[in-house]
Design a protein around this ligand. Sequence first.
Ligand SMILES: CCCCCCCCCCCCCC(=O)SCCNC(=O)CCNC(=O)[C@H](O)C(C)(C)COP(=O)(O)OP(=O)(O)OC[C@H]1O[C@@H](n2cnc3c(N)ncnc32)[C@H](O)[C@@H]1OP(=O)(O)O
Length: 254
Amino acid sequence: MLGRCAARALGALRGLREGAPPARSPGPSRRLLSSEKVSEKDHSLPKPCWSKDMRLLFDQFMKKCEDGSWIHLPSYEDIATQRSQDFSTFIHAYFPTASEQINKEKLSQGRIFTRSFEDGLGFEYVMFYNDAEKRIVCVFQGGPHLQGMPGFFHGGAIATMIDATVGMNAIVSGGIVMTANLNINFKRPIPLCSIVLINSQLDKIEGRKLLVSCNVQSVDEKILYTEATSLFIKLNPEKEFHIKELVLNSAPPA
Ligand SMILES: CCCCCCCCCCCCCC(=O)SCCNC(=O)CCNC(=O)[C@H](O)C(C)(C)COP(=O)(O)OP(=O)(O)OC[C@H]1O[C@@H](n2cnc3c(N)ncnc32)[C@H](O)[C@@H]1OP(=O)(O)O
């Protein structure tokens, strides 16, 4: 059985896509047709650019989801519903000064960084969550546009996927959080275009602080590429009632 917080957060992730009308009426400069259509795509489902191994791992984890111990997490490139507009309002209220500096026209072009590449060229990944173990495993296939040293992934690309994975673990466990600290040990370079597993674990919750660690391993678990620890801070728990409103009616079935 999912913890209530996890259920709410997962509900939010699903609810952000479901049921609610589009939040933003398109301005004259917004190219509605292409971006709206694309933003509906769940990138965590198999695509032609996924390698056989990636597909195999996806199928293996989906099998583990059948008894409810693991949950497949959907993933979109934009958050474009009414409830996400409320989420955005919450974030901007939390950082009023920074919010004033945001170019509001550009905001409508905002996309989740990891979902901004053409299929197969950047970040291809799917995450699975285990509530009992407070773990998220991310199956990651990096594309050729993530190169750093010739033939290997860029460290920033690895850091991005680590942040996305431990961040999702913290969001599912704690609600609206931000990365305060991320420590990474790069132990072995990761060959470009290979598939790796990012295993993350919620270690501790101390008040508003969530500590999440992770490692990046080869699929056969023989090579430990990277290790990381992170600290997430839950934003303003007094406003939690508001977050609850955001996810109201979007909780997944019990
Ligand atoms: C819902 C669905 C959403 C879907 C979205 C999907 C996207 C997925 C994206 C994936 C994820 C991507 C995620 C991203 O990319 S998040 C983007 C990168 N992160 C940021 O930009 C965050 C910038 N930092 C801040 O805004 C603030 O510092 C925050 C909000 C983090 C805390 O400022 P706030 O004013 O709120 O809190 P506080 O200062 O009173 O501190 C509170 C406590 O915490 C302790 N502390 C603070 N900092 C540190 C530190 N560095 N080391 C050690 N300790 C630290 C502090 O001492 C205090 O402890 P104590 O004195 O109480 O003991």
